[in-house]
Design a protein around this ligand. Sequence first.
Ligand code: KG4
Ligand code: ZN
Length: 361
Amino acid sequence: MRHPLVLGIETSCDDTACAVLDGEGRVLSSVVSSQLAHQAYGGVVPEIASREHLSNWPAVSAEALGRAGVTLPEIDLVAATRGPGLVGSLLVGLSLGKAIAWSLGRPFHAVHHLEGHLYSPFLTPPGADAAPAVAPPPRFTALVVSGGHTNLFEVDDGRIETLAETRDDAFGEAFDKIGKRVGLPYPQGPHVDRWAELGDPARSTIPKPQWALGLDFSYSGLKSQALLAVETLERAGVPTQPRENGTEPPFEPAVLDLLAGFRAAAVGQVIDKLSRLARTRPVEVLAVSGGAAANRLLRRRLGEWAAERGVDLRLVPLVYSGDNAAMIAHAALLAERRGHSPHAFDADATSRLPLDLTSRA
Ligand code: KG4
Ligand code: ZN
């Protein structure tokens, strides 16, 4: 166990997360408590999320410290997410982080959520025998696909440049909305992915979209096409909601095909943008992260794409694809190594926060 020991806190949305990393980026513990209270609503209710963060924190932090075998006074550095995210949720983690750092007399890092995600492919699985984090190469391309973001970045010695973003819905958000329409529980993305495995995209009626927008992403057109396709099935008398008798798969073949068609088009867009990017600049290392980086088809297609081009693909380990605090502690550790030691006690929680600005600070 090498110093500095870093305590990470992440509460940007509906996961209450706390982690302890050592100075080599070993994840000594990473605890994530997902709030189930939102399931009754089919999506995140901001007011409930902030309250749940407050009530979850004592148990989550005690478990993270306990599993790491570390006491709070041994922590050398505290890091929490400052944005982007839900302001009420962010405020809980950010305020807790500042209070802990202040009371211990330790430095405090306010971390950009996406900076956490984009370095997360270099983390190694957590636990007592965890390996040190892999040093990120000086230059790499990063793809972040989550419920709120679909971004391509160029990272150069800690400086982060946004190459592309979504003009409307994010990749994971589109999965959640289609999943909700066919009656799947929140978060719907993993369920859509699971049932899409059983469908045939060639048999779906979702047309192959034409993408403009240069490198930027767009998922609202595809989402509307998929929603329309669900409606068309219903008008033809095909049941589109999960069967209640628990038989699997819970859907008619036509619904499975629709989900498969939607997923293939969503993933196809990512591959198309990457190919465009590779035509304009060299992509040597591609680091892929974010909750939706767990998508099975996306992982397979990225693997093929990278192998064809000799690209060094770093897919985030599945334990760190969704929101977690290990990635926040890790980003702070990397910033500290680059000589950035922001005493960020005056950082505000911000719902929208451009990454390019924070990384230059
Ligand atoms: O990174 P994350 O935990 O939270 C955000 O920062 O948004 O990502 C959560 C998002 C949700 O939209 C969820 O449905 C989606 O990632 N997601 C998936 C899959 N697993 C999670 N989307 C598609 N396929 C999956 N396997
Ligand atoms: Zn996230």
